[in-house]
Write a protein that binds this ligand. Structure first.
Ligand SMILES: *[C@@H]1O[C@H](CO)[C@@H](O)[C@H](O)[C@H]1NC(C)=O
Ligand SMILES: *[C@@H]1O[C@H](CO)[C@@H](O)[C@H](O)[C@H]1NC(C)=O
Ligand SMILES: *[C@@H]1O[C@H](CO)[C@@H](O)[C@H](O)[C@H]1NC(C)=O
Length: 339
């Protein structure tokens, strides 16, 4: 089944056809975070993620799914979405109840936090892999593999108790297994297809240079910024001529609020060696037209300043000269004739 879908996947995945053969696995997962306050009260947050993009939210008061994009329903019918949502709601209610019911036995002290992430991952040429990971107080605790729960070593004795309890519920494990191995990859592929126009868009980076904080006398940090681009893969580096410079520092590629990305790449140099260095930006949206910015060229802001101020000064001079001529030709007390 999945094999038949691989050509489709190849066509859909961002960056799949880029020249360096860059191939990223793609995943869909649901994340649920439970904060247990006391033996009768917990609060939870839920979300759905296609890779690093949030596609679903949750209204905590009504425990209903919020579809964040017009394509967040993928190709599922309303009936199937309702059925899947109901299965998850039941699963999460039982999951939370188990912690409350066994709080004393498992020696849990309120308040505590439990995070659960589950979904599926697709990679070229491989079958879909389902996963569920549970963390307790931020540490790995349990995972779900091949139809059964496994305690993580970090979870200690408590994780063993919890997994052996969960493994008693064979029916629930089978439903979970089916959701991960059948429903999830189908939904993921449908989502990639429905969201194609958005997911495969190309947005060009804006690039600029700035000095970084001074590292010491006679030295400079040159910073090259690239922002507002999509998709995420980008190549930015400092060059001298065609020579890539060693020692460039690359920040993480971090998200902007509008779903595009930002990156900065800096290089520390001797101040006298700075001129002639350039920052080169390569991105799928630019085709083979890399953006190249040279350090030490008079910035365009400077040119705009000159381009605006020089004519203004000339105009002011002209106005002054005309006015002077005018007053010389007029009798000192008269006003401009209005009729
Ligand atoms: C549990 O915590 C909630 C929220 O803090 C509070 O309103 C409620 O009274 C608590 N219940 C008990 C039994 O302590
Ligand atoms: C998964 O579990 C089944 C039995 O539940 C077993 O037959 C199979 O070998 C297991 N597969 C893996 C990869 O562990
Ligand atoms: C949705 O699309 C996927 C991938 O093309 C397909 O396998 C599935 O049958 C489609 N429909 C449903 C309801 O999952």
């Amino acid at each position: 089944m999945l094999f038949l879908q691989l050509p489709l996947l190849l066509a859909l995945l961002p960056g799949a056809d880029s020249e360096d053969g860059f191939q990223e696995p793609v995943s869909f997962q649901i994340i649920r975070i439970f904060s247990f306050y006391n033996h009768s009260w917990e609060h939870s947050l839920g979300s759905g993620w296609l890779g690093e993009l949030q596609t679903h939210g949750m209204d905590s008061s009504s425990d209903t799914v919020i579809y964040l994009w017009p394509w967040s329903r993928g190709n599922f019918s309303n009936e199937e979405l309702m059925e899947v949502t109901r299965l998850f709601q039941t699963f999460f209610i039982r999951f939370a109840q188990a912690f409350h019911n066994h709080a004393i036995q498992w020696m849990l002290h309120y308040p505590f936090e439990v995070q659960i992430a589950g979904g599926c991952k697709l990679r070229f040429g491989e079958a879909s892999v389902g996963f569920v990971q549970v963390a307790f107080q931020g540490s790995e605790f349990l995972s779900f593999q091949n139809n059964s729960w496994l305690p993580s070593p970090e979870g200690g004795e408590m994780a063993q108790l919890v997994s052996s309890l969960f493994n008693l519920y064979q029916g629930t494990s089978e439903i979970l297994h089916r959701l991960l191995s059948d429903t999830c990859p189908r939904f993921l592929l449908g989502l990639l297809d429905a969201g194609k126009a958005y997911l495969q868009r190309q947005v060009r980076p804006e690039a600029w240079l700035s000095p970084g904080p001074s590292p010491g006398p006679g030295r400079l940090v040159l910073v090259c910024h690239a922002s507002g681009f999509y998709p995420k893969p980008i190549w930015v580096t400092w060059m001298r001529g065609e020579q890539e410079q060693q020692g460039t520092q690359r920040s993480d590629v971090v998200p902007n609020a509008d779903g595009t990305w930002y990156l900065r790449v800096s290089l520390e140099v001797e101040a006298r060696e700075a001129s002639g260095l350039s920052c080169r930006v390569r991105h799928s949206s630019l085709g083979d037209q890399d953006v190249v910015l040279y350090w030490g060229h008079r910035s365009s802001v400077g040119w705009i300043f000159l381009a605006v101020t020089v004519p203004l000064l000339l105009l002011a001079g002209l106005a002054f000269w005309v006015r002077k001529r005018w007053t010389l030709c007029q009798p000192a007390s008269s006003h401009l004739p209005l009729e």
